[in-house]
Design a protein around this ligand. Structure first.
Ligand code: IPM
Ligand code: SF4
Length: 468
C-alpha cells in the first residue's frame, strides 16, 4: 500500500493499536525545558518512578532565563529562579543531559535539538512545548505534549497518541527575492485560517520547500501549530543528511551508514493518498506581516489593514472588532505606515544563523530609527558563536540593536521582560495574541528581514527596499 511519510513514521513506532485511531507509540527522544520540564520530572519522582532511559532525555534552560549579558540564576520574574534551580536539581537527580545557562550548547530547545543532531530523520520526539513541531523539518515525527504525557514517556518510552489525519501543503513556483519561510507560513495561515490544519499532520512539499535551507524549513514547520496542526514535517533529503552529519549526537561510522539506508526510505510514496491537500503558487508573494491578534490576521506589507470579511462566521465579528481596538488600528490604514516602538529578532521561529545573516545584510551601515528599541537574541550559544565569528554582532550593535544571550526572551512574557505598556513591536516570533509579549503589547509578526527593515524605517517596512 502506498504510504505518506507520516504513515511510515507512525507505523515504524507503533507498539500497539489500542482502539480505532489510537495507538501506543515508541518515543525515541524527550526534550524538556525549565518552564514545564521540571514539573514533569518532579512529578515522576513523587510517583516513585524513574526515567527509563536517561540518555534519551534532554533538558534546556531557555524560557525564563535572563538574556542580558552576565546573567545568573536571577530572573526578571520573581518565580523564575525557583524554576531554574528546581530544573537543575531534578535533571541532575534523573541523570539526564541538561543544557544549563553556562553550557556551551545552551539555547532554545527547538534550536539546539537540530543543531546538536538530537532530532534525526525517522525518530519520534516529544517535548512539553507546542513548538516541538518545528523539529519535523528534519523528517522526524515531533510534537508538543502536556507535562503528564512527558512524564509517562519518560517512565515508559511510550505514549498513547490519537492518530491525526494526513494533509499536504504543496508550495510550488519560485520564491521571489526577499520572501522567506516566515512569509510563506503567515500567508498560508492568513489564507486558510488559524484552524486550517486542525487535526492533521502536515507534510510541506513542493519545489519551494526543496529549495529552502534546513533553517528555513524549521521556521516553516515551527508555525504548523499556529495553523492548529498536530505537527509539520518535511521529507529528509540530501540537505537534511548533510546538515546532520558530524553533529555531536548524530550517528557515526557504521551507524551512520545504517541510518542513511533507513532515512533514504523516508518519503511519501507517489500514489499515497492525503485526507486534504492545499497548493500555493509562491511566485508572486510579497512580505507578510500580521496586523491583528491572531496569526491569521496577516496580509502583504503592501496592503492596508483589511475590512472585516463579508463572509465572516457568526460570532467572529466581535473578535475582529476587538483586534482593531487592541492593536489601535483601523481598516484602510496602510500597513507600511504603521509606526513602531520596538523591533525583536529572536525565538524558535527565527533566531538561527541564516536569520541573523539575512537581517544583518539589511542592517549593515544603517541605524535603527530614533526612539525604536531593538533587540536581537540569538537562538543558541552555537548561533551566537557563529554570528560573532562572522562579525554579525558588530553589525547589530552598530545599528543600535541589543545583542543578547540565548533564550526565549521577549517572545513570551513569562521571562518577565517586555517593551512596555501598549508598545508596538515588529517581531520575528510566532504568536501575537493579547498580552503575549507583555501588558497590552501590540505584536506584529514578520520575518527577520522585515523586522530589520522596519527597525531602520521606524515603521513597518518592505525589506526589499533595503536589499539593493
Ligand atoms: C511555556 C510553553 C509551555 C509554551 C508552549 O507550549 O508553547 C511556550 O513555549 C510558548 O511558546 O507559548
Ligand atoms: S521561543 Fe517562544 S515560541 Fe519558542 S519555545 Fe520559546 S516561548 Fe515558545
Amino acid at each position: 500500500m502506498a504510504l505518506t511519510l507520516f504513515d511510515k513514521l507512525w507505523a515504524d513506532h507503533e507498539v500497539a493499536i489500542l482502539e480505532d485511531n489510537v495507538s501506543l507509540l515508541y518515543i525515541d527522544r524527550i526534550f524538556l525545558h525549565e518552564r514545564t520540564g521540571s514539573i514533569a520530572l518532579e512529578s515522576l519522582v513523587a510517583d516513585g518512578r524513574m526515567v527509563r532511559n536517561p540518555e534519551k532525555v534532554f533538558c534546556s534552560m531557555d524560557h525564563i532565563v535572563d538574556t542580558h549579558v552576565g546573567r545568573t540564576d536571577e530572573t526578571l520574574v520573581p518565580s523564575g529562579k525557583q524554576f531554574i534551580q528546581s530544573t537543575r536539581k531534578a535533571s541532575h537527580a534523573a541523570g539526564i543531559k541538561l543544557f544549563d545557562i553556562n553550557d556551551p550548547w545552551q539555547g532554545i530547545v527547538h534550536v539546539i535539538s537540530p543543531e546538536l543532531g538530537i532530532v534525526q530523520p525517522g525518530c519520534t520526539l516529544i517535548c512539553p512545548d507546542s513548538h516541538t513541531c518545528s523539529q519535523g523539518a528534519l523528517g522526524a515525527l515531533a510534537w508538543g505534549v502536556g507535562s503528564s504525557e512527558a512524564e509517562h514517556a519518560m517512565a515508559t518510552n511510550t505514549l498513547v497518541v490519537k492518530r491525526p489525519k494526513n494533509m499536504r501543503v504543496n508550495l510550488v513556483g519560485q520564491l521571489p527575492v526577499g520572501i522567506t519561510a516566515k512569509d510563506l507560513v503567515l500567508h498560508l495561515i492568513a489564507q486558510y485560517g488559524a484552524a486550517g490544519g486542525s487535526g492533521c499532520a502536515i507534510e510541506f512539499a513542493g519545489e519551494v520547500v526543496e529549495a529552502l535551507s534546513i533553517e528555513a524549513r524549521l521556521t516553516l514547520c515551527n508555525m504548523a501549530v499556529e495553523f492548529s496542526a498536530f505537527t509539520g514535517l518535511i521529507a529528509p533529503d540530501h540537505k537534511a543528511f548533510d546538515y546532520i552529519q558530524g553533529k555531536p549526537y548524530a550517528p557515526k561510522g557504521k551507524q551512520w551508514e545504517e541510518a542513511m539506508v533507513y532515512w533514504a526510505g523516508l518519503y511519501t510514496d507517489a500514489d499515497a493518498v492525503f485526507d486534504k491537500q492545499i497548493t500555493i503558487d509562491c511566485s508572486h508573494l510579497a512580505p507578510v506581516v500580521s496586523w491583528g491578534t491572531s496569526p491569521q490576521h496577516a496580509c502583504s506589507v503592501l496592503d492596508k489593514v483589511p475590512n472585516m470579511p463579508t463572509n465572516i462566521e457568526a460570532g467572529d465579528e466581535a473578535s475582529y472588532l476587538r483586534a482593531y481596538e487592541y492593536m489601535d488600528l483601523h481598516p484602510g490604514q496602510a500597513i507600511d505606515s504603521i509606526v513602531i516602538d520596538a523591533a525583536f529578532i529572536g525565538s524558535c521561529t527565527n533566531s538561527r544563523i541564516t536569520d541573523l545573516r539575512e537581517a544583518a545584510a539589511i542592517l549593515v551601515g544603517r541605524k535603527v530609527a530614533n526612539g525604536v528599541k531593538a533587540i536581537c537574541v540569538p537562538g543558541s550559544k552555537a548561533v551566537k558563536r557563529m554570528a560573532e565569528a562572522e562579525g554579525l554582532d558588530k553589525i547589530f550593535i552598530q545599528a543600535g540593536f541589543d545583542w543578547r544571550e540565548p533564550g526565549c526572551s521577549m517572545c513570551f512574557f513569562a521571562g518577565g521582560e517586555n517593551f512596555g505598556f501598549r508598545k508596538r513591536v515588529i517581531s520575528s516570533t510566532n504568536r501575537n495574541f493579547e498580552g503575549r509579549q507583555g501588558p497590552e503589547t501590540r505584536t506584529h509578526l514578520a520575518s527577520p528581514i522585515t523586522v530589520a527593515a522596519s527597525a531602520i524605517a521606524g515603521r513597518i517596512a518592505d525589506p526589499r527596499e533595503y536589499l539593493l
